[in-house]
Design a protein around this ligand. Sequence first.
Ligand code: AR6
Length: 178
Amino acid sequence: MMVGTTRWDVVTGDITRCAVDAIVIAANNSLLGGGGVDGAIHRAAGPDLLAECRGIGGCPTGEARITRGYRLPARYVIHTVGPIWQGGNQGERGLLASCYSHSLSLARHHCLRAIAFPAISTGVYGYPKGQAAKVAARAVAEALRRDPDAFDHILFVCFDEDNRDLYDAAVRDALAGD
Ligand code: AR6
């Protein structure tokens, strides 16, 4: 799909293999690694990534930090911390939207034009996948409307086809202004 001059794709795959300017990592507040997509990215990037993360000193939920990509094909890693799902009345939606908008503003600030996102918070953190897809798509659509010239390519990289279908539908809805 095109949004102005930005191409926006939803794909199935392994985000550690994406040769983009930056991949986004669904981290925890320590930024010192974990399971899921976080563990996969640290394994693929090598120990220098963890060493740089140690110097950052953590990250609040809903915010983002940037490091180099080391052995990854991506030049940079944007570390963001999604909310843990607690039933939906603890600000989860705003925090998840802010992961996407903070990540994109960091990317723009560093002139990074091709960005790949995983389905933040939908694994260990338990955010219902359909709702997470809508929040993600709306937050990115808003950022692209605000900054129509900032990005060449946005990728939503899903690990399974169920999520791929949910994120694909959510992107179409968000672009239709739904
Ligand atoms: N590429 C793309 N997506 C992936 C990959 C991959 N290589 N591996 C998993 N996913 P999760 P969260 C999908 O649990 O819910 C970590 O321990 C996965 O199927 O990685 O934000 C952190 O340190 C799911 O849809 O992240 C935190 O403690 C999505 O990525 C905590 O997990 C996110 O699942 C963060 O939990």
